[in-house]
Write a protein that binds this ligand. Structure first.
Ligand code: NAD
Length: 314
């Protein structure tokens, strides 16, 4: 609540009856900023469920790579979903791809979009600069959402003039497979925005849960300390990475061991999360840095996405 002005809260409460009565936004047109691991997945799922999507990234080369990844992923989906009817599978792939256009200029494509989902680099300054700029170009009704894993949604929302139309929309990797979306409501997010995002998440075939704007939301607040405890166990030489992974799979019934999962999530992303929490609360033993994680990230070994991490990929 520290970030919200009294005037803002008063204005919001006096208009709460009006906003409750206001109609929710039916999201049809989505702009996804960032065509990396998460953004490409979000664009794919949105297009596959009947939305019109513009995918934005910094260069045409990155966008071409994203598009290729989306097509390959869609072909895998189609192979399963239309196993008996390959022609229908091809049509599904073509139709979905035709709903996705791309751009390197976010400001020029947000004028008529219903929702902007941001999935760019996990850096507060870069994210706030992007949203401050888009705020000037986006339509009045447009909802802004960040897919950040670790940054405070309120801090990003405060860079815009539409704090009531700003929330967190936290997807999980790989987006086409993972059913969960955490919808993060800040003290300024309007009920209309929140409900519109719940509806949007359901329209993607996802299961939304809601959480306040608290570090790590639900999943990462529990998961990241667990992953780092596994790393500390390994760094102390108490057990090997392989045995730790096997132990958690066979002993706890987890589908992946912690090192496998770290490589999958991205070591850079995990380090960013940990560093951010450590900055907020340096004394917390769960938020202490890890020498092996720091070293791998410094060597640009980010896990699956770079081909090397705690394990080496072929
Ligand atoms: N990797 C995960 O498992 C995961 C899960 C949930 C949420 N997230 C969050 O999603 C976001 C993206 O993560 P990712 O793993 O997809 O990263 P990524 O590195 O795979 O992709 C980020 C993309 O954003 C692009 N980009 C950077 N700055 C940009 C700008 N100003 N404008 C347009 N594009 C820009 C980059 O070129 C890159 O293609 C982060 O905030 C991360 O915390 C990640």
């Amino acid at each position: 609540m520290a970030f919200v002005t009294r005037q803002f809260v008063r204005a919001m409460s006096s208009s709460s009856a009006a906003s409750a009565a206001a109609k929710k936004i039916m999201v049809k047109h989505v702009t996804v900023i960032g065509g990396g691991l998460m953004g490409a997945g979000i664009a794919q799922v949105a297009a596959a469920t009947g939305h019109t999507v513009v995918l934005v990234d910094q260069t045409e080369d990155i966008l071409a790579k994203s598009r290729k990844g989306i097509e390959e992923s869609l072909r895998r989906v189609a192979k399963k979903k239309f196993a008996e009817n390959p022609k229908a599978g091809d049509e599904f792939v073509d139709k979905t791809l035709s709903s996705i256009s791309t751009s390197t200029d976010a400001a020029s494509v947000v004028h008529s979009t219903d929702l902007v989902v941001e999935a760019i680099v996990e850096n507060l300054k870069v994210k706030t600069e992007l949203f401050t700029r888009l705020d000037k170009f986006a339509a009045e009704h447009t909802i802004f959402a960040s897919n950040t894993s670790s940054l405070q949604i309120t801090s990003i929302a405060n860079a815009t003039t539409r704090q009531d139309r700003f929330a967190g929309l936290h997807f999980f990797n790989p987006v086409p497979l993972m059913k969960l979306v955490e919808v993060i409501k800040t003290p300024m997010t309007s009920q209309k925005t929140f409900e519109s995002l719940i509806d949007f998440s359901r329209s993607l075939g996802k299961h939304p849960v809601s959480c306040k704007d608290t570090p790590g939301f639900i999943v990462n607040r529990l998961l990241v300390p667990y992953l780092l405890e596994a790393v500390r166990l390994y760094e102390r030489g108490d057990a090997s990475k392989e045995d730790i992974d096997t132990a958690m799979k066979l002993g706890a019934g987890y589908p992946m061991g912690p090192f496998e999962l770290l490589d999958y999530v991205g070591l850079d992303t995990t380090k960013f999360i940990l560093d951010g929490w450590h900055e907020m609360d340096a004394k917390n033993p769960l938020f202490q840095p890890s020498s092996s994680l720091d070293k791998l990230v410094a060597e640009n070994k980010f896990g699956k996405k770079t081909g090397e991490g705690y394990y080496k990929y072929k």
